[in-house]
Design a protein around this ligand. Structure first.
Ligand SMILES: O=C(O)C(=O)C[C@]1(C(=O)O)C=C[C@@H](O)C=C1
Length: 270
């Protein structure tokens, strides 16, 4: 996506919080569909255990190896040169394409919460959305994991742009400057938090997980065939557990976005 067209009123226009929220809403769809794709395969715990597969010069897990190999290719086509992209690995090759000029929308920073995202995803989300056991679909499961992780990372690191938009808002600017100068992270968090918006996000995610996680017949009816393999059971024909998706947003996605926003703001005047 051309992030800068979506984020503001043109390549050099001011950041718009409304447009950034639209981007976050679109990423909700990407995240729900990616989780549904992953949930069709078993947990396959072995792919998350470091050292279980013998890779030369790589001591991580099978899934991390797939993630790293994917990032190697993406780095070569300059994915991580874009300020809205943050890699999970830092020893990646240079791009084979010449550098693009990006408008200096963000204050220079190296904030990257991908280690937190990786931990939350493999330890909390995967066991909750996948049926237990091993179906040997290691490649399929890992490539879906990469898609989930990249979508979550984009969503959470969008917090940098959201924070910049809030910092530049003339109605709030002086309050942020004062809190940042005093090193008051708690005050920054208080200023940027909007509980009403968070409640809307969570409600919308529940609806999306419900609606996108259904099979629709040719007549527009909802299939009600039970899915006995569901890890939580009792959710009938749903492809994904609604509570897991809601919980993931409440406990991890929004708090990590807030962490990115606060970290970004606390370094905004350096
Ligand atoms: O929309 C915003 O204002 C954001 O900062 C994003 C977000 C979120 O993660 O969805 C985070 C903090 C706010 O309290 C509300 C929502």
């Amino acid at each position: 996506m051309n992030f800068f067209e979506n984020a503001g009123s043109g390549p050099t226009g001011p950041l718009s919080l409304g447009k950034l929220r639209q981007t976050l809403i679109r990423l909700e769809d990407t995240i729900v569909f990616a989780l549904i794709e992953r949930a069709q395969f078993a947990h396959n715990a072995i792919i998350y255990e470091p050292g279980k597969f013998d890779f030369k010069d790589f001591g991580g897990s099978f899934m991390e190896w797939v993630l790293r190999e994917t990032e190697v290719v993406h780095a070569k086509v300059r994915r991580f040169a874009s300020p809205d992209e943050n890699p999970f690995f830092d020893d990646l090759p240079d791009a084979i394409l010449p550098a693009l000029e990006y408008p200096p929308v963000l204050h220079p920073n190296n904030i990257n919460v991908n280690p937190d995202i990786l931990r939350m995803y493999t330890q909390e989300i995967i066991p909750a959305i996948c049926r237990p056991g091993d179906d040997l679909q290691y490649g399929s499961a890992s490539t879906r994991d990469v898609e989930c992780l990249q979508a979550l990372s984009r969503r959470i690191h969008c917090g940098k742009f959201v924070a910049e938009a809030k910092f530049l808002d003339p109605a709030q600017h002086d309050l942020y400057v004062d809190a940042i100068r005093r090193g008051d992270a708690a005050r920054c968090e208080e200023l940027l938090t909007n509980k009403a918006v968070e409640a809307q996000v969570v409600r919308r995610m529940r609806r999306k997980a419900l609606i996108y996680g259904q099979d629709i017949t040719i007549d527009g009816e909802v299939e009600t065939k039970p899915r006995p393999e569901s890890p939580t059971g009792g959710q009938g024909s749903r492809k994904i557990d609604l509570d897991v998706v809601v919980n993931m947003y409440e406990k991890f996605v929004i708090p990590l976005t807030v962490k990115v926003e606060v970290d970004y703001l606390m370094r905004r005047l350096t």
